[in-house]
Design a protein around this ligand. Structure first.
Ligand code: UD1
Ligand code: CA
Length: 452
């Protein structure tokens, strides 16, 4: 079939420069959610996206999606006019499923049900809402759909109808040329309403079958930031339910945000306020403390992350202990049993088996062996203002507190650096190296006294 996604509207009520369909839900444009759902209906379908307001931005965002055809609606004259612009790209012998770019949570299951219900006539997806404000109402006679009336054009009596138009429908494409080009715009909004094709179809004796949406959220349209936030919560709640059903302990399902893919092993616990984005993989028994932000990370089984950590682009082994307040930046690999403590930042570095960086340190561009201990306040000076250099710290080294390692530099196997060392040359294996001013005491020195 043809799947046409209407996405040309400006979304005035968003009060934003970003086109409405690019407004993000869980970090991804609403339109992308719709496209992904459409793809799940099978790859033999034609996907046509009607763009208009912000068309260049929308097309640029999806430039790598070769399965999409864009139809331009230069002027946004209404949903019926929008569909007419897509028609030249549709196969006349196949039905057309219309989706809306601002209805992001639609379930493929529901769409399949609708397509089935429509047979080779028409299908309309409706939903019953306690508060139908803002939606087109489904007008029935003797139980049969006879028209849709928009809220702004409805009579007092019609407004009390609780069954509303989701905007999602299946249409017989061969009639559309005629039906759409004959639409009028004599209505409250002066627009060519797609919804008017329903009355037209009924007049021509085409049956309008309906299917009911499973939940109100899946067909909720987003016209403003309040609705966007509501749907974000609904989406996140559904994520949390899925995780819990898979056995994850989500301490509070209303305080977790998954803005990508979160894959969990058995007996994972996630405390409140955590945000996951990109692809995050947590091994069995991993515990994530409160208020952690994790993006594109993989964490091995048994590792514990204490509260307030920020990880991006890192790989962590098993049974490690990280945080509180640790920051891992892209290119970081921590081996099993490592300990990373508070106010430690690690970038583009490898930390070997069982090594510890427990307090207030910056480790960048470093290759660290196993069982290394990094004292508090250690800094790898990896940058001379122009170039970056690497630091190598070999197995069993012990770095005293408040040490600067001026890269490129190597600390040998089992070497010890005295506290306060500024290391500018390699430190040999197994020896104590120390570089700091010698301590002295000035005997009989007197403090200055205030002159009168
Ligand atoms: C529309 C329906 C209404 C339904 C509601 C469900 C019409 C006339 N009304 O109302 O019955 O209850 O959706 O959410 O169809 N668009 C274009 N070009 C245009 C106008 C809109 O592409 O000229 C796109 C928008 O980008 C949006 C979608 O169509 O994705 C719906 O448009 P919107 O203006 O939000 O329609 P509603 O007033 O919500
Ligand atoms: Ca809408």
């Amino acid at each position: 079939m043809n799947i046409v996604i209407l996405a040309a509207g400006m979304g005035k009520r968003m009060r934003s420069r970003l086109p409405k369909v690019l407004q993000p839900l869980a970090n991804k444009p609403m339109l992308e959610h719709v496209i992904e759902k459409a793809r799940l209906l099978g790859d033999q379908n034609r996907l046509i996206v009607v763009v208009g307001h912000g068309a260049e931005a929308v097309k640029a965002y999806f430039k790598d999606d070769k399965d999409l055809t864009f139809a331009l609606q230069a002027e946004q004259l209404g949903t019926g006019h929008a569909l007419l612009q897509a028609l030249p790209f549709c196969d006349k012998n196949e039905p057309t499923l219309v989706l809306l770019g601002d209805v992001p949570l639609i379930c493929p299951e529901t769409l399949r049900k609708l397509v089935e219900a429509s047979g080779d006539a028409m299908g309309l997806l409706t939903v019953k809402l306690d508060n139908p404000t803002g939606y087109g109402r489904i007008v029935r006679e003797a139980g049969k759909v006879c028209s849709i009336v928009e809220e702004k054009d409805a009579t007092e009596e019609q407004r009390s109808i609780k069954e509303v138009n989701t905007g999602i429908m299946v249409l017989p494409t061969r009639y559309l040329d005629k039906w759409l080009s004959e639409l009028g715009n004599q209505n409250a909004q002066g627009e060519y309403y797609l919804t008017d094709v329903i009355a037209r179809a009924v007049k021509e004796g085409v049956t309008v079958n309906t299917a009911l949406a499973l939940t109100p959220e899946e067909v909720e349209g987003v016209n403003n930031k309040v609705q966007l936030a509501n749907l974000e919560r609904a989406f996140q709640k559904a994520n949390a339910l899925r995780l819990m059903n898979e056995g994850v302990t989500v301490v509070d399902p209303s305080r977790i945000d998954v803005r990508g893919e979160l894959i969990c092993g058995q007996d994972v616990t996630i405390d409140v306020g955590c945000i996951f984005s990109g692809r995050v993989v947590l091994g069995g028994g991993v515990r994530i403390g409160a208020y952690c932000v994790l993006k594109d990370v993989e964490i091995g089984a048994g590792t514990e992350v204490l509260p307030f950590c920020h990880f991006d682009g890192a790989e962590v082994g098993r049974d490690a202990r990280l945080g509180p307040y640790s920051r891992l930046r892209p290119g970081t690999t921590l081996a099993d049993n490592t300990h990373i403590g508070n106010f430690v930042e690690i970038k583009k570095s490898v930390v070997g088996l069982g090594s510890k960086v427990n307090h207030l340190s910056y480790i960048g561009d470093t290759d660290m062996g196993a069982r290394v201990n990094i004292g508090a306040g250690t800094i790898t000076c990896n940058y001379d203002g122009v170039n970056k250099f690497r630091t190598t710290i070999m197995d069993d080294a012990f770095i005293g507190s408040d040490t600067q390692l001026v890269a490129p530099v190597t600390v040998g196997k089992g070497a010890t650096l005295g506290a306060g060392t500024t290391l500018t040359k390699n430190a040999p294996d197994g020896e104590l190296t120390i570089a700091r001013a010698r301590q002295m005491t000035i005997k009989g020195w007197k403090r200055p006294v205030k002159k009168l």
